[in-house]
Ligand binder design. Structure first.
Ligand code: F6R
Length: 614
């Protein structure tokens, strides 16, 4: 989703802004722009589409941009108004002296706009953001102080925002503020940065201040001042970012998604380090702060998440209920937040999020926290807003995930749930110790099994070529792999735009079977376990309606050859851990279909990596 970079210092600003935006590019966007100050004037450059287009524009103005040492940059993912040049940020006021960039959504922009139009403001875009530019400029006209104008304007805004503001009268100052959207200030040597996320600035500094909601920071090359919403100066804590400047490199893979799929064995090894020592030792989760007493008496868990993280949560439910005998509800965050939930201090609420910034999940977590629940966050970003709300944390340590379609972070979330379930089961003594021992052993060897799949991708590539031109795809599974069917279908939808749907196999005959004929591929996730024979029967039902049948299976039974048109074999694995194995060929199938169709695999249309608006 949208990204912000700001800079004030002694270096030519344009390269810093463009490079910062490039580091955020993977999040998904559809236009970009920068505003720079050369000490006299503010100049704005924008482009539709990819950053390359902005670079081309900047190249044409090479001579006039070289001296600028301060500026703001933005990549926009359209919410209000199409992805046009006029709607791209930065936005300005009537006189063009003020420029700003914004992430988030201003919910009361229509009301504000009506009043500003009465004052004579002329709007050029359809965005909510332009309202903020006019609002701050209008207040500035009265108070004649940029920081004060930003502070007073922020009080009139409803919704979510991270704002980075510059003004012609302040050629050496950036003013930034935020509410319910991430923003940090990077402190360099004689230079300051603002960014909506760490990768934009990590090359330049590891020292940063995470702004809290409603704080306003005033950045000059050699000073940083932060005030609260009442205008009082506040002390701030400089943190050392736990990041290395990583080049976002594909390491020889054609796409980040393919690279990230291949990283999964190491991601699992990485997450197990320090948590799972031997099959005889208990699982160690240092940042889980639930007391033994609370865990023993815990009788209800709610898991809240969106998209792929929601599918990981569904596997979490299955495994926690099986191992711990605790009732678990799973709900999409966007549904959780607008109803009366039965959540209280006796409920453990688990939030799952790759980015740790997803607006719906963050809101849900805050609501649950306000009701006194213990909040456990499973995230790939221990420095995120969600992690900051957490009472307990499981960092999934998948490393930065660039591809918009989540793969390695999903597997890492699923593994985190196994660890959590084993951890709780050991404390509660809720399942035979031999089961847990088997699970631990399987967890330790599962990376090798994934490596086996990755070493034999030809079958999946062939299957992808055969089905790439289908319009629809159905995935069926039961039990612990039902979420795998949903996730496999989501992956295909996201990157190939094929209409793919996951169903519990037993539901097929209650409606979806009407769609089946010889044009419809049905992929059965047929893993050994308690529902193996049931899925076989459901596959027969599909075959009887002439559907094209694909099996994803760890079975070598001969009879499958007659039933299925295509078989993708995976290594043998315990039923409980089969989702970790089954998802890998499905990720690859989606990838190869999209690649075969020539789609933009890493940045699919309309999608963003981090969804920071509700
Ligand atoms: C799918 C995908 C999305 C995210 C969802 C939640 O590939 O990436 O469905 O899973 O937007 O994002 P996080 O996990 O960051 O909360």
């Amino acid at each position: 989703m949208c990204g912000i970079v700001g800079y004030v210092g002694n270096q030519p600003v344009v390269d810093i802004l463009v490079d910062g935006l490039k580091q955020l590019e993977y999040r998904g966007y559809d236009s970009s722009g920068i505003a720079i100050s050369d000490g006299n004037d503010i100049k704005i450059y924008k482009a539709e589409g990819k950053l390359q287009n902005l670079e081309n524009v900047l190249r044409e103005h090479r001579d006039e941009i070289q001296t600028a040492k301060m500026g703001i940059g933005h990549i926009r993912w359209a919410t209000h108004g199409a992805a046009t040049l006029l709607n791209a940020h930065p936005h300005t006021c009537n006189c063009g002296k003020l420029a700003l960039v914004h992430n988030g959504i201003i919910e009361n922009f229509k009301e504000l706009k009506v009043n500003l139009e009465k004052e004579g403001c002329v709007f050029r875009s359809q965005t909510d953001t332009e309202v903020v530019a006019h609002l701050i400029a209008s207040i500035y006209g009265k108070v004649k102080d940029l920081t004060e104008a930003v502070r007073l304007a922020a009080q009139k805004l409803e919704g979510a925002y991270a704002l980075c503001v510059m003004h012609k009268d302040y050629p050496n100052t950036l003013v930034v503020t935020k509410r319910n959207a991430p923003l940090l200030v990077g402190i360099g040597d004689g230079e300051m940065f603002a960014a909506s996320d760490v990768p934009a600035i990590i090359k330049h500094t590891k020292r940063a201040v995470y702004l809290a909601d409603n704080q306003i920071a005033v950045l000059k090359a050699d000073s940083l001042n932060i005030i609260n919403s009442e205008g009082q100066n506040i002390d701030y804590k400089v943190e050392i970012l736990p990041w290395e400047p990583v080049a976002l490199s594909k390491m020889g893979y054609k796409h980040f998604m393919l690279k990230e799929i291949h990283e999964q064995p190491d991601v699992i090894r990485n997450i197990l380090v320090g948590k799972l020592h031997t099959t005889d030792d208990p699982v160690v989760l240092n940042e889980v702060k639930l007391t033994r007493e609370t865990l023993k008496h815990l009788n209800r868990i709610q898991i809240i998440a969106c998209g792929t993280s929601l599918h990981a949560a569904m596997i979490g439910k299955y495994i926690i209920e099986t191992f711990c005998g605790i009732a678990v509800d799973v709900e999409p965050s966007s549904e959780y937040i607008y109803r009366r939930t039965v959540t209280d201090e006796n409920t453990l609420v688990i939030g799952v999020s790759q980015s740790g910034e997803t607006a719906d999940t963050l809101t849900a977590i805050k609501q649950a926290k306000a009701k006194g629940s213990h909040i456990l966050i499973i995230t790939n970003r221990p420095d995120s807003a969600m992690a900051r709300e957490a009472d307990s944390l499981i960092p999934v340590s998948a490393g930065i995930e660039v591809s918009v379609a989540a793969t390695k972070s999903y597997v890492a979330q699923v593994i985190s749930f196994y660890l959590l379930a084993i951890y709780m089961a050991e404390i509660k003594d809720s399942i035979d110790a031999s089961v847990l021992k088997t699970m631990k052993n399987e967890l330790m060897i599962i990376p090798q099994k994934i490596e086996q799949i990755l070493a034999h991708k030809e079958v999946i590539q062939k299957c992808a070529r055969e089905y790439a031109n289908t319009k629809d795809f159905i995935y069926i599974a039961r039990g612990i792999n039902y979420p795998t069917a949903l996730e496999g279908a989501l992956k295909l939808k996201e990157i190939s735009y094929i209409n793919a749907t996951g169903y519990p196999a037993g539901e097929l005959k209650h409606g979806p079977i009407a769609m089946l004929d010889e044009t419809m591929p049905v992929l059965s996730i047929l893993m050994h376990g308690c529902v193996y024979e049931k899925i076989l029967s459901n596959s027969e039902e599909a075959k009887a309606r002439n559907a094209k049948l694909i099996a994803l299976t760890n079975s070598t039974e001969k009879k499958l050859d007659d039933l299925f048109d295509y078989i993708i074999h995976v290594p043998e694995v315990h039923e409980y851990l089969s989702p970790v194995i089954a998802i890998v060929p499905l990720q690859l199938l989606a990838y190869y279909i999209a690649e075969f169709l020539g789609k933009d695999v890493d940045q699919p249309r309309n999608l963003a990596k981090s969804v920071t608006v509700e």
